[in-house]
Ligand binder design. Structure first.
Ligand SMILES: *Cc1c(COP(=O)(O)O)cnc(C)c1O
Length: 404
């Protein structure tokens, strides 16, 4: 299938990450299109009855139905896999309907009733709900531990632990997990290390190259980059694990729409540039906040004052767009900052060209209990900002209005 086929990698005229992000996986049709076509079709036709039978029984490779494979989604999957693991890497990806369905597919593929997950305490709110309130009903238990405490992960692991699950940096507090150390420990415990790479994307961090077994993505955030589509992906560097994931995807059905895949593909082309710009803006805003008298604390791994700054610098290329800060006081003082903004978008989303501001305790983490929020360190005085691509002076001026 065209020049980007894995077996033909020695003939690819590129190796670098940015070239992969712009070029990899594309298969031009006879029309000679420059941008990728959107294959808006639910099913595919066969030359004859024999071919139909062979495709349905996997005797012949090829498209059958867009819940299984779709050419536009396929380009996205190949490109993202190569961005995580290099053009010579063994990685393959599945595209999914959302980031949450990427996480669900991962658990359905690699765990069963009676199994156990060790997860970082500071996860995305819906991930905690999925583990604690949904998967528990199907006999899969989760123990939460502090992201940075490797010994706590060791102590929490049981004989039936199948998955270690983390996000690094964590959202909204920017805690860092040591991927290489936790990958080694997961291996010792007979578990797979799953990393949600939402906040870094492969442009800043490549967990498979640090020893992780599974990388999950929400494409909704930085991969899209402009807040248009919901989607996700799972990347693994092992053929058997890919087969297990693909089987869940085609059977359970949370597939990615071809139009969304096309939007995400175009997003991948500028991902590196955007992540550098988001990171530079977030660092500038974090430094400005750190020197502001109305700010009690700033959480951003790019600051020298961050307790895990060195670990972040070692395992990431840059520090990403998300920062959070605490104001003096509580909910009233935090809401005052949000309500005084005139440019920033008040929304739970992140990873957009437009800077967003959120009060995690009452929105993204609002469905958690007070005790769960307290354990996570998400207080009523905490605000999360995802620095966009506007001028930094305008972002700071908008935040300053309510900090007076
Ligand atoms: C948003 C988010 C998700 C879920 O992604 P959706 O595409 O909204 O389903 C998962 N993990 C993290 C870290 C997120 O920020």
């Amino acid at each position: 299938m065209g020049t980007a086929d894995k077996k033909n990698n020695e003939r690819l005229p590129y190796r670098g990450f940015d070239s992969v992000a712009v070029r990899h996986g594309q298969v031009r049709t006879a029309e000679g299109e420059h941008n990728d076509p959107v294959f808006f079709t639910s099913s595919f036709v066969f030359d004859n009855a024999r071919q139909a039978a062979d495709r349905f029984t996997d005797k012949e490779a090829g498209n059958v139905y867009s819940r299984f494979t779709n050419p536009t989604v396929r380009v996205f999957e190949r490109r993202l896999a190569a961005m995580e693991d290099g053009v010579d890497g063994a990685a393959s990806a599945i595209g999914t309907a959302s980031g949450m369905s990427a996480i669900l597919c991962t658990v359905l593929a690699f765990a069963k009733a009676g199994d156990h997950i060790v997860a970082a305490r500071n996860l995305f709110g819906s991930t905690v709900s999925l583990f604690t309130r949904v998967l528990s009903r199907f006999g899969i238990d989760t123990t939460y531990v502090a992201l940075g405490a490797v010994d706590a992960w060791r102590a929490a692991a049981r004989k039936n632990t199948r998955l270690f699950f983390l996000e690094t940096p964590s959202n909204p507090l920017g805690e860092i997990g040591d991927i290489a150390a936790l990958a080694a420990l997961a291996g010792e415990c007979g578990a797979l290390l799953v990393v949600d790479n939402c906040l870094c994307t492969p442009a800043l961090q490549r967990p498979l190259t640090l020893g992780a077994d599974v990388v999950v993505h929400t494409a909704t955030k930085f991969i899209d980059g402009q807040g248009r589509c919901v989607g996700g992906a799972v990347v693994v560097d092992d053929a058997e694990r890919y087969a297990a994931l693909f089987n869940i995807l085609r059977t359970a059905g949370p597939c990615m729409s071809p139009l969304s895949a096309w939007v995400f593909l175009n997003g991948l082309e500028t991902l590196s540039l955007r992540m550098r710009a988001h990171s530079a803006a977030a660092l500038a805003v974090a430094k400005w906040l750190e020197s502001h008298p109305a700010v009690r604390a700033v959480h951003y791994p790019g600051l020298a004052s961050h307790p895990q700054h060195e670990l972040a610098a070692r395992q990431q290329k840059d520090f990403g767009g998300v920062l959070s800060f605490e104001v003096h006081g509580g909910r009233a003082e935090a809401w005052k900052v949000i309500d005084a903004t005139r440019m920033l978008s008040i929304t739970g989303n992140l990873g957009d060209a437009k800077t967003t501001i959120t009060h995690p305790a009452t929105t993204t983490h609002g469905r958690l209990s007070d005790a769960e929020r307290k354990e996570m360190g998400v207080g009523e005085n905490l605000l999360r900002v995802c620095a966009g691509l506007e001028d930094v002076d305008d972002i700071c001026a908008d935040l300053a209005r309510g900090l007076g």
